[in-house]
Design a protein around this ligand. Structure first.
Ligand SMILES: [Zn+2]
Length: 282
């Protein structure tokens, strides 16, 4: 073990106020901490302490919600402690561990992220966690190690195997092979938005293949009708083809959808205002 590297093991869940150990029951994709789990970690609170805690509390936390919190929440503890809290609650549930590793990596703790995925691979579904590790290694430019992990696994091991395999091909200068994997990704797992995002970005921003990008984003919008980003990128692909009127309609439709990123939404608003002015004046 590397000195200073955290050893990840699921531990007991304690009340963050009185430190009493709470009983955790795990359903198929939920954890119930016996009393309450705050939506923003510091953690679980027992019944006795609950009345003294501000904010919304929920007794059950779904794995998907935990993964989402791990990606977006401002934690009141350091990231490794927050990751450990979710690990204590869920054990080696793949979607939660993967989100924890991504967050650790994003918050400048790559060694903790890799150690977590190694521990998970030793205790849980190893091929899934190997693919997750390959994805992080690709972010760090470690194509050699990522290659070994991806070649030792296959499309059945991970819902985004083709996505990461394509990113590896792209990183080593094989864009055609990359695009083929990304097409496989959306053909086999159309439910994974990342595949659409990655191939769309490649077609629109890197290849400048506007017709292909338009077609892809139309299909993405059909698959994810409430996804603001896909609708806006469709508008962008139309605008770049000089089809301002159609672009404006799509961008206005995008603005009506729930925003995920405030900055991105502000960009759409700006373009809509500009297109409206241009079209009003023509
Ligand atoms: Zn307590």
């Amino acid at each position: 073990m590397t000195p200073g590297r955290r050893r990840w093991i699921p531990g007991p869940v304690r009340c963050c106020s009185c430190d009493r150990t709470l009983e955790v029951r795990r359903g198929a994709d939920t954890a119930d901490a016996g009393a309450a789990v705050l939506p923003h970690v510091p953690g679980a609170v027992c019944d006795a302490c609950l009345p003294h805690v501000d904010g919304l509390a929920v007794a059950e936390l779904r794995a998907e919600a935990a993964a989402s919190l791990l990606q977006t929440a401002d934690f009141e503890t350091r990231t490794p402690e927050a990751a450990q809290f979710f690990l204590d609650l869920f054990g080696w549930v793949p979607v939660v561990v993967a989100a924890a590793a991504l967050r650790l990596h994003a918050d400048g703790k790559p060694h903790d992220a890799y150690a977590l995925l190694d521990a998970a691979a030793a205790a849980g579904p190893a091929p899934f966690f190997r693919v997750e590790k390959a994805a992080l290694l690709l972010l760090d430019g470690e194509t050699g190690q990522a290659h070994d992990l991806l070649l030792a696994t296959g499309p059945d091991d991970h819902p985004c195997w083709h996505l990461h395999r394509g990113t590896l091909a792209h990183a080593v200068g094989r864009p055609d092979a990359a695009a083929e994997h990304w097409r496989q990704q959306i053909a086999t797992r159309p439910d994974q938005p990342l595949g659409w995002q990655t191939l769309g970005f490649y077609l629109l921003q890197q290849q400048g293949d506007l017709a292909a990008a338009e077609d892809l984003y139309r299909r993405a919008c059909a698959e994810f009708p409430r996804h603001q980003e896909f609708r806006a990128w469709l508008g962008d692909a139309l605008q770049r083809q000089g089809r301002a009127r159609e672009a404006l309609a799509e961008l206005e439709a995008a603005l009506a959808l729930e925003q995920v990123d405030a900055e991105f939404a502000a960009g759409i608003e700006e373009t809509v205002a500009r297109l409206r002015t241009e079209q009003g004046g023509s």
